[in-house]
Ligand binder design. Sequence first.
Ligand code: GLN
Length: 531
Amino acid sequence: MSKHIFITGGVVSGLGKGITAASLAYLLKSHGYTVAMQKFDPYLNVDPGTMSPYQHGEVYVTDDGTETDLDLGHYERFAGVKCDRHSNYTSGKIYSSVIARERAGEYLGATVQMIPHITDEIKAAIRSAAKPDIDIVISEIGGTAGDIESLPFLEAVRQFKNEAGLGNAIVIHLTLVPYIKSVGEMKTKPSQQSVSILHNIGIFPDMLVCRTENAMENEQRRKLSLFCNVPDEYVIEERDVQHSIYEVPQELAERQMDSKVLELLRLPVTESHFDDWRELLNRVLHPERTCRIALVGKYAGLRDAYKSIFESFSHAGIALRTKVVCDMIEAEELETDCSKLEAYDGLLVPGGFGARGIAGKVAALKYARTHRMPCLGICLGMQCMVIEYARNVLGYADADSTEFNAATSHPVIDLMPEQRKVVQKGGTMRLGAYPCQLVAGSRASRLYGKELISERHRHRFEFNNDYRATLEGAGLKVGGTSPDGTLVEMVELPEHPFYVGCQFHPEFQSRPFTPHPLFVGLVEASLKVRG
Ligand code: GLN
């Protein structure tokens, strides 16, 4: 039977619940336990797929095509767990399934209510992650204690914990212990208040994890223990890390969070194997070289919009003992002048939606192509590579994607016939893992070291095959296609030091110990430019 850990948050949002949960999962796995992870998000969207990255940051896509919260990226990367449609539930997803069931007559006779119908649905979602081969399920509850939206989830957690029985389900509350400069003191009151919100709804946290800037004194720990009703030894300090999020598992291991959690769950505190992470951290903290990459996108004000891309560069950097400095440049700034790119060794044009910023991305790609600057185009980035080549090499001045110009005389990127019929917006793109056959002898196949790969997608538009022969004839080669040959998945310029585009999102599959070959390839080529 799986044991359950619930992670709630208090005081403020943005405390890094996702990283803490993922780090704990990593530590428990290093003790030999099998772990599954899931996240509950209290907003009403059915999934984050229709939200702007400005609202929500990146939409992370799983193999099975679920559009999810970016914390699931941390789960997959840090903890090496595999996420799927059971790993992310929003209020919208929970409510819509209850309402659909009501319409189908499944509750005939009953008044459908928050308790028990919504809370039962949430408990069923929690149970869906518990499988015979999973020792521990970690469920992160999004939002902050005290939010109206989180209440049904917290109520479900209360019920679940009660039903599971002692030692089978625990609640860890992540909170902030701020340092107030003017009085030179750390303050525990906000945490006391946030725990009292939980007490009021019947949840008594088993462990407090306190985000702090500085080391916590015994005095504060005693206060927290006394007022929050949590034994002293289960008040854990999580100090801000200095350099990298990769320090978090080590920080928590030093505080023995892993063994204390195992104690609370009444599981044997087995020996942990943590050496590979130490070696990884050593590489992160002591790089031998630096390379500079420009990320030209349209959400340049928000690093969370490209979370997995930054992480993928960290992974490539770990493999190559290189500090990859990746700066975001707003595409619109490059429309008439690309001289900003001179300061960089490589370029990445990421995915995106809508017309804003396209001119700047196309200009940046022309610069990279003609200045032999290593460049990777992801999804919309690859589509822009095709548009740029058609305009500036083939001379099709108005070549475009029909996403931006439905009336173009050269629709080099277009919808597939089945997508033209789709009117619904949410969850209707080409989503999730698809196989891709790489062309023998292509740069893509050399980078991957094999010819059949699987990568995750999230897009509506595709390379238009009507232009394939002309573009290939002019030098932009196809590096990979769907196994039946109908969908172009990769393009490349064989004569260029590194000019590769992919219709999929490689950043979702890069891992600290298994960096993605396209990112490693780009960084390697960029290091060569630097000399
Ligand atoms: N907007 C493009 C499409 O829908 C690209 C999407 C993306 O980059 N993820 O095809």
